[in-house]
Write a protein that binds this ligand. Structure first.
Ligand code: COA
Length: 163
């Protein structure tokens, strides 16, 4: 039986390990990159479970873990943002992942539906989720929940050296 609960401070090490595992799987599987070639400082910055990001998401109260027999088997990081695409209050799903031994058992579906349901109770009008188009499992999960996917992409600009 899977239990879904909000993220807690002492989940950090387990969630960090699981998120890095999922990122590694994507980099090696879809992008064919060698994990061991990544600079360690870049590795430290990957994902939503980095030190500062984890605390931010935990404090926001919209991030979750799934547990089976007391062990964390999945995570979801999300936050409510004020105004996007003319919609007031949108749940932004930053990342989620399920341990490979626990996939295709409905855990991802349960997590995403719980986040959406809690967001709705807080007045959110929509959910936006970061999905890599080549991640078939994630695309299929979002379709099953009812997400509309039109292939839109978001562009990113690093402002550190921007003048
Ligand atoms: C994507 C992911 C979170 C799905 O979690 P999950 O717990 O395995 O998903 P569920 O068992 O709840 O699946 C729900 C539905 O999604 C679809 N789905 C999930 N995985 C699928 C797959 N590999 N192939 C086809 N459909 C899939 C199916 O419709 C499934 O329903 P069904 O089993 O009744 O057919 C998981 O595969 C994962 O962690 N992947 C790696 C990390 C990742 O891609 N994260 C997503 C970032 S947005």
């Amino acid at each position: 039986m899977v239990e879904i609960r909000k993220l807690k401070d002492n989940d950090k090490p387990q969630v960090r390990t699981l998120e890095l595992f999922c990122i590694r799987e994507y980099l090696e599987g879809s992008l064919q990159k060698n994990w061991d070639d990544l600079p360690p400082d870049l590795m430290e910055q990957l994902g939503a479970s980095t030190k500062d990001s984890f605390d931010f998401y935990r404090e926001g109260g919209m991030s979750y873990v799934a547990l089976e027999k007391g062990q964390i088997v999945a995570f979801l990081f999300s936050q409510i943002i004020r105004h996007v695409n003319n919609i007031e209050k949108v749940l932004w799903v930053e990342n989620m992942g399920v341990h490979p031994d626990h996939r295709r058992k409905g855990v991802g579906l349960k997590l995403l539906r719980r986040a959406a349901s809690d967001a709705k109770k807080k007045g959110a009008k929509a959910v936006q989720s970061v999905v890599m188009p080549d991640a078939k499992d994630a695309v299929m999960l979002h379709k099953k929940v009812g997400f509309f996917m039109d292939g839109r992409k978001f562009a990113f600009l690093d402002l550190e050296n921007f003048k």
